[in-house]
Design a protein around this ligand. Structure first.
Ligand code: SF4
Ligand code: SF4
Length: 680
């Protein structure tokens, strides 16, 4: 008895010392990040997320088979805490019972049920890993670039925990010490198999396996603290600290870009690992290397070097490699030189390939926020190093000097109204009382020939439905979204402050936006610059007008439509149903979905300011998306974003399909339905 106590407790003490030291170091590393006070606010919301996402495994259960396997492993580990306590108690007294639970047969059943469930789940994981083997599928495997050896070791260790548990309990059932009845079915089955060995051998086996069970558990603890399975400890913290209510939408509020008070210590963006916040450091430590983000990334899917998983893994490796410098106390001479992240850890081609579509953030089961990390590094490159793709320079200068990315100038902002057969009022000093909405037209909508058609159709529909609206005309200027996503936070803030001043100045209370990028910026980002207005996307307003009977789609269009979700309308702002409801309300429409739709929609390739950058690596993202749309057989690809319109239309033409397939804004489609149907 003494020997088993000494071995069991001795091993445990040693493992706790090793794992504890490691976890303490990791916690210090995370805490060495910059402050992020907003990530500790809204405790109730965070507690709810913890219950739903961690305890309820909601995000993982989106994938039925692997989700259930993970959920059973997670719940199994929670329930099996009882068996761990019982194993330690067993070292001292073979019939040990947990106080308050005794040897309730239900507890015995639940324990054995979860042992079996976890073993089944491990088999599922093993099959998934074999089917997704990177050696065979290379870039198509979501585990490409992950530490697959460590993953197999993890599966093996968890299996050993379960097997040794069943073996010691089974042996116990043959020595008369097992306290549970046949309700602990799996232990009794194993006991039956061991029975022929006799009670003497079973007594020895019981001691060996209970000690082995404890050794494997504490060995797993040490392994976890050094491996990607660290997420067992840190994922619940990361979920709690994630941006709430959603990780997408607005980028985090950044400090005022006060160029008057720049000192030599001022850093804009993230150039070295210590410039990240503690929440971002926690992100890096939390990554499970599951590769779900990689498998949905449009840049990765089209052969570019960007994998959101590899970005996070690279930053994590950098964080650990810089640990002695980050943790050096005041007065110590820090070991090693600070390392600039780009290009040492993150290749520039990786950084500039991102379209900020948010598919990675949406997919990540542990709420890692890749887009923020990427934009933060872009900020440093743009503002501190003046390093960015040369084509972007023209776009930034155009916004700065002409107020739009194309440099066409404010005077052209009302040209689109000239073909309308009614007058669109241009707001003067204040918005008149009899005008309900300010229509924020957006640069593309006002200046690009194809995007203009969507804006004109929207204006005509609003007029027809009796909605009063006015525009800013030459007073409207780029929201700054492309500058912000490209990393030029200074230009974004300049544009934002000026626009907010105009909007607040005219007393705008309700704003309609056609462009989802403008919509997102006006709605989610301008409040932090003092913007105080309600913002609605034209697809939402159309849905409201149709639902209230103010706009009744007609029979003028008949055909098959597939709707492409713009990232900044769908994933970033959860507007999925409204455009579909409008399309469904058109009597002659048959709506078909692309395989990747709604939350899983695939970017058109224009976000993150990529609209203005050359796409020279891999295949074109807009071609990939358009090919998917074409396979539906639809004769109209509808969307609700001028960027998407342009990108998809380009790709349809590149496929020589423009005679068969049209790309139309939602409002164009509704307007067409209102035209007189062709005579039979
Ligand atoms: S935001 Fe989109 S493009 Fe960027 S890393 Fe994530 S999935 Fe890839
Ligand atoms: S970032 Fe998230 S989705 Fe991507 S590999 Fe890590 S845990 Fe998985």
């Amino acid at each position: 008895m003494l020997v088993r106590i000494v071995i069991g407790l001795g091993t445990t003490a040693l493992a706790f010392a090793i794992a504890g030291r490691r976890l303490w170091k990791i916690s210090r590393l995370i805490r060495s990040g910059q402050p992020a006070p907003e990530r500790l606010r809204g405790l109730r919301m965070r507690a709810e997320a913890e219950v739903v996402e961690v305890v309820g495994q909601k995000k993982l259960l989106r994938w039925t088979v692997p989700g259930l396997a993970h959920a059973f492993t997670f719940w199994g580990f929670t329930v099996l805490f009882f068996t761990i306590i019982e194993a330690y108690g067993d070292l001292f007294k073979k019939t040990f019972a947990i106080w308050g639970f005794g040897h309730n047969p239900v507890l015995g059943f639940i324990e054995d049920f979860f042992v079996v469930a976890v073993l089944v789940a491990l088999s599922v994981f093993a099959v998934i890993r074999l089917r997704q083997a990177p050696a065979r599928r290379e870039r198509d495997s979501r585990f490409y670039g992950s530490h697959t050896g460590a993953a197999w070791l993890t599966l093996g260790l968890i299996a050993l925990v379960m097997i040794t548990l069943l073996l010691y309990r089974g042996a116990q059932s043959n020595t008369g010490d097992f306290p549970y009845t046949w309700w602990a079915f799996a232990s009794h089955v194993v006991g039956k198999a061991l029975h022929p060995l006799g009670s003497g051998v079973n007594s020895v086996l019981e001691t060996v396996f209970v000690i082995l069970n404890i050794c494997v558990i504490v060995g797993f603890l040490v392994f976890v603290s050094y491996s990607k399975h660290l997420h067992i400890f840190v994922a619940p913290l990361n979920v709690a600290a994630s941006r709430r209510p959603r990780a997408l939408g607005a980028l985090d509020k950044t400090p005022d870009m006060d160029m008057e008070n720049v000192t030599e210590d001022t850093v804009f963006g993230v150039g070295q690992i210590e410039h990240f916040t503690w929440k971002q450091m926690l992100d890096f430590a939390t990554c499970t290397e599951c590769g779900r983000c990689q498998s949905v990334c449009p840049a990765w899917a089209t052969g570019k070097p960007l994998s959101p998983k590899l970005v996070i893994m690279g930053l994590r490796d950098n964080m650990f490699s810089q640990a002695s410098r980050l943790l050096a106390k005041n007065g110590d001479s820090p070991e090693g030189e600070p390392e600039t992240l780009v290009p040492n850890t993150i290749d520039p081609d990786v950084l500039w390939s991102c379209v900020t579509c948010g598919a990675c953030v949406e997919e990540c089961p542990v709420d890692i926020e890749h887009v923020d990390a990427i934009v933060d590094m872009r900020r440093y490159e743009v503002l501190m190093e003046s390093r960015f793709p040369s084509e972007a320079g023209l776009m930034l200068r155009n916004i700065e000097n002409q107020g739009d990315p194309w440099g066409l100038g404010q005077a052209k902002r009302t040209d689109w109204t000239q073909t309308l057969d009614f007058e669109v009022p241009v707001v003067g000093d204040t918005i008149p009382d009899d005008i309900e909405y300010l229509y924020w037209v957006g640069c593309a909508g006002a200046l690009d020939e194809r995007a203009r058609k969507g804006v004109q159709a929207t204006a005509r529909l609003l007029y027809r439905a009796g909605v009063t609206f006015a525009i800013l005309g030459p007073k409207e200027s780029c929201t700054g979204d492309p500058a912000r996503r490209l990393g030029n936070e200074y230009l974004y803030q300049e544009q934002g402050k000026a626009n907010v001043e105009v909007l607040n100045g005219i007393g705008a209370k309700k704003v309609i936006a056609t462009c989802p990028h403008c919509f997102n910026t006006l709605k989610n980002e301008y409040p932090s610059l003092g913007g105080n207005f309600e913002v609605i996307h034209h697809s939402q307003l159309l849905e409201h007008l149709v639902a209230s009977g103010k706009l009744v789609p007609g029979p003028g269009y008949e055909g098959t439509v597939t709707y492409h979700d713009p990232c900044y309308l769908g994933r970033h702002n959860r507007v999925f149903d409204e455009p579909r409801s409008v399309i469904d309300a058109i009597p002659g429409v048959r709506q078909v979905e692309m395989k990747r739709c709604r939350e899983k929609s695939f970017c058109c390739g224009a976000g993150g300011a990529r609209m203005w950058l050359e796409e020279t690596i891999g295949t074109r993202i807009n071609m990939e998306r358009t090919n998917e749309a074409l396979t539906t057989g639809a004769d109209v690809v509808s969307t609700a974003c001028p960027y998407c319109m342009i990108m998809l239309d380009d790709a349809v033409r590149a496929n020589n399909k423009e005679e068969e397939v049209r790309v139309l804004d939602l409002s164009q489609l509704v307007e067409e339905s209102l035209s007189t149907p062709a005579s039979p």
